[in-house]
Write a protein that binds this ligand. Structure first.
Ligand SMILES: [Zn+2]
Ligand SMILES: [Zn+2]
Length: 158
């Protein structure tokens, strides 16, 4: 786990490039189907389910894609650090920093459903340390904060 927080957050083409690099370094093939699914996942403004992505890719490619195949690809993405599962939303988002490992802290808006994220390796590190002390191994911290995002809070007061 990285401790420094000097990583770049990628967007658009730069994100796709970084993702492809990370993916190929992990020994995975960046196939046209995987590229399509990654593009659909990056374009989503909210966490997307395998069904959402299957729909989006079926539309963009004009050929029906089964949610099951999307699931398998999402699994590979998560394993290769290209995507993250937002547990409380039961859906996936792209990892904006595929080239470095963090236990991202997701901020999930109850109103619009959008997810943003912050990294606090000190906090995540102490969650890991406490779990280890309790005899837990194979740690996969899930740190999610539900609430109201700044945009929705603004809309409220207007
Ligand atoms: Zn992060
Ligand atoms: Zn919101």
């Amino acid at each position: 786990m990285a401790t420094a927080h000097d990583h770049l957050l990628h967007e658009g083409d730069s994100l796709a490039d970084a993702a492809q690099r990370t993916f190929e370094r992990a020994g995975e093939q960046w196939t046209p189907m995987r590229a399509e699914i990654f593009a659909a996942l990056s374009a989503a403004t909210k966490p997307a389910s395998a069904y959402d992505l299957a729909d989006a890719v079926s539309k963009s490619t004009g050929r029906r894609v089964a949610a099951n195949s999307v699931y398998r690809i999402l699994d590979v993405f998560v394993g290769a650090n290209l995507a993250r599962r937002v547990e409380s939303a039961n859906a996936y988002i792209v990892n904006a920093h595929p080239d470095c490992e963090h236990d991202c802290i997701f901020l999930v808006c109850d109103i619009c459903g959008r997810v943003s994220h912050v990294d606090d390796d000190r906090l995540a590190g102490s969650v890991r340390a406490s779990a280890e002390k309790a005899g837990f191994s194979n740690l996969r911290p899930v740190i999610e904060v539900r609430g109201c995002c700044a945009d929705c809070a603004e809309g409220d007061s207007a």
